[in-house]
Design a protein around this ligand. Structure first.
Ligand SMILES: *Cc1c(COP(=O)(O)O)cnc(C)c1O
Length: 298
């Protein structure tokens, strides 16, 4: 794979703190399955094929990037996909579910109780089906995400930041190319359980951490998929110069980085890489999220 495109994010806060912040544009690696979900699915797909399965089965909420990515990968790889969606069908389908359906995913709606059963791993699985957990987070996801740092073509940086939902992407970074400090930003309220989950995921992958890592718990803006006036203002301001942010994940991470810089948490002369884990936003299949002008390109 080619290196991940980098966009330099400049503002007066970083100038004052004398730090450099690069945005690693995982959203631009592919029009259909850009973002971290591609890395999480890569070895799951390989494993499904190795086991001779012809169907990927998974589950998620109605706006799940994981549902989007699984349907895209299945479509491209020629595997059937089934997505269990939490809640009732609402028509017209939202952008995620409409696209998943267009890519051939069979959508099966389940209520909250049934969804919990699925999460507990009690999915009735037929012999030809390969089940991927919620968010795609398992040892294969950790393996895939451990390759992200290999694709960042920057000679010298000390920090790598990522938003955390399940923590599998952070776990992958922690076992990736050595010499970085990995900062995860919890997008969930009360996300301290993520510390244990990340440790477990590293263990399940049969690895030990090669990088130091920590999870910041105070930038959830009220909880998963919640926002605040401050966060919204941040997103709007950012979009005027750069690109549209996914408010559930990447916005919270960038907001955290700016706040930490303001509080001088990063030593002067530090270089930070922030992973833009969102899929390409904007009109389907059409990149509208180009880095703003060539001067921001590395
Ligand atoms: C799924 C997702 C994450 C969270 O990844 P985890 O491995 O579950 O921590 C982060 N950012 C975006 C945009 C996502 O869709």
């Amino acid at each position: 794979m080619p290196p991940i495109p980098l966009t330099l994010w400049e503002n007066e806060v970083f100038e004052k703190a004398q730090i450099k912040v690069y945005l690693a544009r995982l959203d631009l690696i592919h029009p259909d399955f850009g973002g971290n979900k591609f890395f999480k699915l890569k070895y799951n797909l390989e494993e499904a094929r190795r086991q001779g399965k012809d169907t990927l089965v998974t589950f998620g909420g109605a706006y799940s990037n994981h549902i989007w990515a699984t349907s895209a990968v299945g479509h491209t790889a020629g595997l059937k996909t089934i997505g269990y969606i939490r809640g009732e069908e609402t028509l017209p389908l939202n952008e995620v579910l409409a696209q998943a359906k267009a890519w051939g995913m069979e959508l099966r709606y389940v209520d909250r109780t049934a969804y919990r059963t699925l999460k507990a791993g009690e999915l009735p699985c037929l012999p030809h089906e390969y089940t991927i957990p919620e968010g795609g987070s398992n040892k294969w996801a950790v393996k895939g995400c451990s390759e992200i740092l290999d694709l960042i073509d920057l000679p010298d940086y000390q920090y790598v930041c990522v938003p955390c939902g399940t923590g599998a992407t952070l776990a992958g970074l922690a076992v990736g190319k050595a010499g970085k400090h990995c900062l995860g930003v919890s997008v969930l309220k009360g996300g301290s359980f993520l510390n244990e989950d990340v440790q477990q995921l590293i263990q399940q992958a049969g690895k030990t951490a090669t990088n130091t890592w920590e999870i910041l718990l105070d930038y959830h803006a009220g909880g998963y998929a919640k926002t605040s006036p401050t966060l919204q203002a941040f997103c709007q301001h950012f979009a005027t110069t750069y690109f549209k942010l996914d408010e559930v994940y990447t916005a919270k991470m960038l907001w955290a980085i700016e706040d930490l810089a303001r509080k001088e948490r990063f030593p002067a002369k530090s270089t930070i890489v922030a992973l833009i884990t969102q899929r390409q936003l904007g009109e389907l299949g059409r990149p509208d999220a180009q880095p703003n002008g060539q001067k921001h390109e590395k």
